[in-house]
Design a protein. Structure first.
Length: 143
């Protein structure tokens, strides 16, 4: 979990640094990021011996191919929105948007799927999201 949080925090700030430091198009950054991701994923599949079983699975269950294409298309489109947001507004605004997305995801999960939250989880969510929005509210209210 610490690795995920560290890399997640690093990625958007590093993208922001690249956009500010170099005259770079969004498409170029997405392309090279995707190439690196493909190489890492392909290498991981080979080293763990999962490449051929994965191909065999899709071959045997070819109805999942549409879902794979749909998920890939949506992920690609979202990457363009993410990169545009970071390039235009910066990594901090993007982090606030993603935190809001997490809040909406939690609320929808509770409402749609009837996943209950304990009172400790509600307090934790209130502290995290409340402090984020209070900081932004106070920052925008100050002259």
């Amino acid at each position: 979990m610490l690795g995920y949080l560290g890399f997640d925090g690093f990625t958007s700030t590093f993208q922001d640094k690249l956009f500010r430091g170099y005259d770079m198009e969004i498409q170029n950054q997405i392309f090279y990021t995707t190439v690196c991701s493909c190489i890492l994923s392909f290498t991981g599949l080979i080293l763990q011996g999962h490449l051929l079983p994965s191909i065999d699975f899709v071959y045997r269950h070819n109805d999942c191919f549409f879902d794979i294409v749909l998920l890939s298309t949506v992920a690609t489109a979202s990457q363009f929105f993410i990169s545009y947001t970071i390039r235009t507004f910066g990594a901090l605004v993007f982090a606030a948007i993603m935190t809001t997305r997490q809040l909406v995801s939690i609320l929808l999960s509770c409402l749609w799927f009837a996943h209950p939250l304990s009172w400790e989880q509600w307090i934790g969510a209130a502290i995290v999201f409340g402090s984020l929005y209070a900081k932004n509210l106070l920052k925008s209210a100050s002259p």
